[in-house]
Design a protein around this ligand. Structure first.
Ligand SMILES: NC(=O)c1ccc[n+]([C@@H]2O[C@H](COP(=O)([O-])OP(=O)(O)OC[C@H]3O[C@@H](n4cnc5c(N)ncnc54)[C@H](O)[C@@H]3O)[C@@H](O)[C@H]2O)c1
Length: 250
């Protein structure tokens, strides 16, 4: 059986759980060797590694904080050391902050941006440095539907995701035609980040007021990532794919 990503090497930041773990498993099942980075979720990273190995896949877990410039370079270097290449980077690691603006501190802003935006920038830059040398590659940046429309009490998160959408377009222009750079802007997805069990009823109501009237599954985002990673999908750059149940129709 020919698998879509046979012979490819992918790096998924924050791949220990949630959407990142689903992308890592999907890519490995399609024949890619996958490196996942984790910062705090070592036990979850080990469990993703065990699942992929049990399914006959190739995977490595690398401890790296996306907010650290040193670690961003290390994650790219280690992936190449381990698997001999880096064809696909998924900039997935991210954090969220629900806070009224007037209570949001500069430290809150710096913390979130250092992971979501600066982290995407640094790991992306290091991966692209390598991809330029070999003359090909794919970058998939995980944004959010909130990056289009904003949300009260989430302004810093929304701004980080809007910036990721724009950074994707600028990079796509800068590195075409060799490196294809796209984004995914998921709608609400059932992960620890959304924390459905503890989500305020107001927030949940807002999330479900979309045409498909439900929360999405991590596999539904992984499918979009596979679409963007597929070597046959070769005329698409600077675009955003929107697995969002119809929440926004840009
Ligand atoms: N769940 C949703 O509804 C939703 C919607 C749109 C976009 N997203 C985005 O999808 C991505 C994945 O989120 P998720 O829902 O799977 O949440 P999650 O909290 O389950 O996963 C986030 C991952 O990022 C990792 N991470 C956080 N800080 C890090 C750091 N400094 N260095 C390295 N890794 C770090 C976490 O350890 C975790 O593995 C995020 O970028 C998020 O903003 C999520």
């Amino acid at each position: 059986m020919t698998r879509i990503l046979n012979g490819k090497v992918a790096l998924v930041t924050g791949g220990a759980r949630g959407i990142g773990a689903a992308i890592a498993k999907t890519f490995a099942a399609e024949g890619a060797a996958v490196a996942v980075t984790y910062h705090e979720h070592g036990a979850e990273a080990s469990s993703v590694v065990a699942d992929v190995v049990a399914a006959g896949g190739r995977i490595a877990a690398i401890k790296a904080d996306v907010a650290s410039e040193e670690d961003a370079a290390l994650s790219v270097r280690e992936t190449i050391n381990r698997f001999g290449a880096l064809d696909i980077l998924v900039n997935n690691a991210g954090v969220i902050l629900e806070k009224p603006l007037l209570e949001t501190t500069a430290a809150d802003f710096d913390w979130l941006m250092s992971i979501n935006l600066r982290g995407t920038f640094m790991t992306g830059r290091e991966a692209i440095r390598h991809m330029v040398q070999v003359g090909s590659g794919r970058i998939i940046n995980i944004a959010s539907d909130l990056g289009y429309f904003g949300r009260e009490q989430f302004s810093v998160y929304c701004a980080s995701k809007a910036a990721i959408l724009n950074l994707t377009k600028s990079w796509a222009r800068e590195f075409a035609p060799d490196i294809l750079i796209n984004a995914i802007a998921p709608g609400p997805i059932d992960t620890d980040m959304l924390d459905l069990a503890n989500m305020s009823p107001e927030w949940r109501k807002k999330e479900e007021m979309i045409p498909m009237a439900r929360i999405g599954r991590v596999e539904e985002v992984a499918t979009a990532a596979l679409f963007l990673a597929n070597p046959q999908n070769s005329f698409m750059t600077g675009q955003t794919v929107d697995p969002n149940g119809g929440s926004v129709m840009p």
